[in-house]
Design a protein around this ligand. Structure first.
Ligand code: SAM
Length: 256
């Protein structure tokens, strides 16, 4: 069993590119973070993306606007993001190091703050937004891949007392935001074969003991995947030759 903290885990990964897993996804719900972002942002917008990873999503899905600051606390991720930026040719995006829990950005500055699959402190986000600005969060919920986690008897958020979606929702409300909405998102993801499925599970912390609680400095345990359990899952969750994962995400929208 390997024990590291969350930051070391991200430093090891260095990017957040899933294209090589050739995942097919089918959405059972309609809410889409990037669709909403593109609708809300005008050309003059200033956008902050928290926990940006290797910048893959910003460079591909964020609209071209006046200014995008995209931050992450992992040096490895920011290094990857800068390489991806150079290859993209975009001029409106800047990547830099920042801890989401110790934000050092100007107050009343951004029109939109985005935080996808990362930890947030809504009080700090509130301060850096202009009046009327938007916060868009999306995350992976406790019941994500629940049938897989049940088989393994562990996983991301498995022991959390309350789903992270509820914790985030309440923290956004407490920070003073208006028009706060919590949207459950259901998706089906399909993998072409066992090899791609295993590679994917090794990259993401779905069945590792990776707590979702806001304290970011706890330890995290990673095991080798138990192949017998995986085979059992694959036997029961293969449809038309493809392995299915049932994903549970959530979105939060809020206005200052
Ligand atoms: C699952 S990835 C998501 C990346 C990207 N937002 C996306 O949607 O693809 C989570 C990212 O959040 C970053 N992260 C986690 N905790 C953080 C913190 N306290 N401050 C800044 N970044 C953090 C990690 O380094 C990692 O790059």
């Amino acid at each position: 069993m390997k024990k590291i903290n969350e930051k070391e885990y991200y430093e090891e990964i260095k990017d957040w590119d899933f294209s090589k897993f050739e995942i097919e996804s089918e959405s059972l719900t309609k809410w889409d973070l990037y669709e909403l972002l593109n609708k809300l942002a005008n050309k003059e917008a200033k956008i902050l993306d928290l926990g940006t990873g290797g910048g893959e999503k910003v460079l591909k899905y964020f609209p071209k606007v006046k200014e995008i600051l995209a931050t992450d606390y992992s040096e490895g991720m920011i290094e990857t993001a800068k390489k991806n930026l150079a290859a993209s040719g975009r001029k409106d995006v800047t990547f830099r190091l920042m801890d989401n829990l110790k934000m050092d950005v100007p107050e009343h500055y951004f029109d939109i703050v985005v935080a996808r699959n990362t930890v947030t402190d809504p009080k700090q986000i509130y301060k850096c937004l202009k009046k009327g600005g938007y916060l868009l969060i999306s995350g992976v919920d406790k019941y994500d891949c629940w049938n897989l986690k049940l088989l393994f008897g562990k996983g991301q958020g498995f022991y959390d007392k309350r789903p992270i979606s509820i914790v985030d929702y309440e923290n956004v409300l407490k920070a003073g935001f208006n028009d706060v909405e919590l949207i459950p998102i259901h998706e089906r993801e399909y993998f072409k074969n066992k090899e791609l499925f295993i590679e994917f599970l090794k990259k993401v912390p779905i069945i590792d003991d990776f707590s979702e609680e806001i304290d970011d400095n706890k330890d995290y345990y990673s095991d080798d995947l138990d192949e017998n359990i995986l085979d059992e899952y694959i036997k029961d969750n293969t449809y038309n030759g493809k392995i299915r994962l049932l994903r549970r995400y959530y979105g939060i929208t809020a206005k200052k």
